[in-house]
Ligand binder design. Structure first.
Ligand code: ATP
Ligand code: MG
Length: 598
């Protein structure tokens, strides 16, 4: 089911009802080229839910040799910011790196002036640009064009300036089971509307004093058709358009026309917009536009247990300091996932596994975790690290003596490579791998017991050393060097195999152990989701890691044997002193449950 490159011999592209619709349009020759768009509002960082939409929109363009536009739907300056524009560009580029031939708008900013439709007639469109040739699309680049379309609607008697306050407008709208009432301003003349709209634009009126509304049907069973607002007054500067405007178009007006201007063929959005579709069509059809009109299609949002996907809620986590910013590795944002070490391919794999449907559902986080492990397992270099060290003294080795060992870098490689390790008199094992009074079936180290040290030899525990308080401080053991690889007793079996790090060769490293951010499966279902933040979602330890890890670079990816997958933190690591983030533990609850529960 993977959506990976159809050309690379990977499984064929997925199918779903939206892809079927697009394929039917292609087969019928309805469009010269498929053009989709991904239209985030720059009012927060992208999350893993958005990734589903990105994979779908860019994926369809790619599968049909078309293009997908990254367009900022930036019509509400009060909540938007350039910081979000930049993070969104970065995150989209990261998620679909390698698909650039089918992406428009991913070019770093500053290279190409943003295209503005220059025509004075109300039938604007963008000249086609080649892939990779331009930076992002901004709905705000079309403000002049959108304004001209609004004027055209007024001329056609399909829009009017209304003086009701926002509260009155709400009250006049009625309820789903109750028709609304006509605004007293509904029958203004075209000349009066044109004059008032021009004065709105000129800044004559304060915020909320007037609005431009579509003239549709106050009794429509669809409340979105009850004379919806098209423009409102907002005396606010805009992060992209500057301070040229004090009236701003609403989403429903701007979106369909931005799609038209860009020549979008399939405008794919999530289910909550289904009820807006009649308005999308009404606006386009009311303008008698000359080119083929875009069509809107809806699919179900991605929801994953133990996560929240709403920029508003994610902003609350940031503002209440429940996390250390939008890119905190616990955040379900794309930048958080990247910092945590989740590969972009794992998120694309997840999108492909969940598919595209019309029904809202909750995806088990175990499926996402499974996708992460599937991507990391073939990539990650195996390394030895001890998170909570307990000292072992091998009493039959001399101080300074080094027993050479060879460790496998990745057993998943067709021809695995190795690296040298040194077994020394003093070393560390994981504290929890020793029990003085072992529970039943404890196959790790115990007094008088034996274990194998991975890649080295069998050791046996001779003496437990404690401090005055009765705490175990070190274990004295003997090493049976005849059980090393290539030695006569190499095949001698013991039940437990432990990871270890040489005390003299190992280096200390800070390790951030991340766990799920929320402690309950559906945090967003509560009145206040914040109370469900998992108090143990971050534990920081000073570990001892094998020397090869001292030179780890951001972008590297490791499996610490028996512990999980770890990456150097891109922000906190310093040269020669990496700080590691745990991406995920090794245990795969999904494989245990079986994909039948998908
Ligand atoms: P949020 O509620 O998190 O703010 P949004 O829908 O308001 O999300 P936009 O910036 O408007 O965020 O979203 C850009 C695109 O991503 C839209 O087409 C939207 O439908 C889609 N999208 C948002 N959330 C999800 C999700 N959980 N699953 C799939 N697509 C999503
Ligand atoms: Mg939104």
């Amino acid at each position: 089911m993977s959506a990976e490159s159809p050309a690379s011999g990977a499984p064929a592209a997925p199918t779903d009802f939206i892809r079927d619709l697009v394929a039917a349009d292609v087969a019928a020759g309805r469009h010269a080229r498929i053009i989709t768009r991904f239209p985030p509002e720059p009012n927060g960082y992208l999350h893993i839910g958005h990734a589903k939409s990105i994979c779908l929109n860019f994926g369809i363009a790619r599968e049909h040799g078309g293009v997908c536009h990254l367009r900022f739907d930036d019509t509400n300056p009060a909540k938007e910011d350039i910081e979000y524009v930049e993070s969104i560009s970065r995150d989209v580029q990261w998620l679909i790196a390698g698909w650039a031939d089918h992406c428009l708008g991913l070019k770093p900013r500053g290279a190409t002036p943003a295209a503005t439709p220059g025509s004075a007639t109300p039938d604007f469109h963008l000249a086609a640009a080649g892939a990779g040739e331009r930076e992002a699309f901004f709905a705000s680049d079309y403000f002049e064009a959108l304004h001209a379309y609004a004027v055209e609607l007024i001329r056609r008697g399909k829009a009017y300036v209304c003086d009701l306050t926002p509260e009155e407008t709400d009250a006049y709208r009625g309820a789903p089971d109750q028709p609304g009432r006509d605004s007293p301003y509904r029958d203004r003349t075209v000349a009066e509307n044109l004059d008032l709209f021009a004065r709105m634009r000129a800044g004559e009126f304060p915020n909320g004093a007037r609005s431009l509304r579509a003239r549709i049907d106050m009794a429509s069973p669809n409340v979105w058709l009850r004379d919806p607002l098209l423009y409102r007054i907002r005396h606010t500067a805009h992060h992209h358009a500057g301070n040229r405007w004090c009236i701003y178009p609403l989403y429903d007006f701007a979106h369909c026309l931005s799609d038209y201007i860009e020549g979008i063929t399939h405008s794919i959005c999530t289910l909550e917009f289904e009820v807006h579709r009649p308005l999308y069509d009404w606006i386009l059809q009311s303008l008698d536009l000359s080119r083929t009109l875009p069509h809107q299609y809806e699919f179900a949002k991605l929801n994953i247990s133990y996560l929240v996907f709403s920029k508003r809620r994610l902003l609350q986590l940031v503002e209440n300091n429940l996390v250390a910013g939008w890119d905190d590795p616990r955040m379900p944002t794309l930048s958080g996932a990247r910092r945590r070490g989740i590969p972009a391919a794992a998120i694309r794999r997840l999108a492909s596994l969940v598919g595209v449907t019309k029904y809202d559902s909750l995806t088990d986080i175990a499926l996402f975790e499974h996708a992460i492990r599937e991507e990391l397992n073939p990539l990650a270099l195996r390394r030895l690290a001890v998170l909570r060290p307990l000292k072992i003294v091998l009493t039959n080795l001399a101080p300074g003596e080094e027993i050479p060992c060879l460790a496998t870098n990745n057993p998943q490689d067709p021809e695995p490579t190795t690296r040298p390790l040194a077994l020394t008199r003093e070393l560390f094992i994981e504290a929890e791998d020793f029990a003085e009074v072992p529970p039943p079936k404890f196959f790790r180290l115990k007094p008088g017991g034996e274990v194998r040290l991975k890649y080295a030899c069998i050791i046996s525990c001779q003496q437990v050393v404690k401090d005055a308080a009765g705490q175990v401080t070190e274990l004295h053991c003997t090493a049976d060097l005849t059980t090393r690889s290539g030695q006569p007793d190499a095949d001698r079996k013991v039940k437990g195999t432990l990871h270890w790090v040489s005390a003299t060769r190992g280096v200390p490293a800070k390790v951030q152990l991340y766990d799920r951010l929320f402690a309950v499966p559906e945090p967003a279902a509560s009145d206040d989701f914040r109370v469900h933040v998992n108090p143990r979602s971050l534990e920081t330890v000073t570990a001892v890691v094998e020397p090869a890890l001292a030179s780890a670079q951001p972008g590297d990816c490791f499996q610490f044997e028996r512990l999980g997958y770890f990456v150097p933190d891109a922000r906190d690591s310093a040269p020669g002193r990496p700080v590691f983030n745990r991406t995920i533990s090794l245990k795969d609850a999904w494989t245990a449950k079986g994909p039948a529960r998908a």
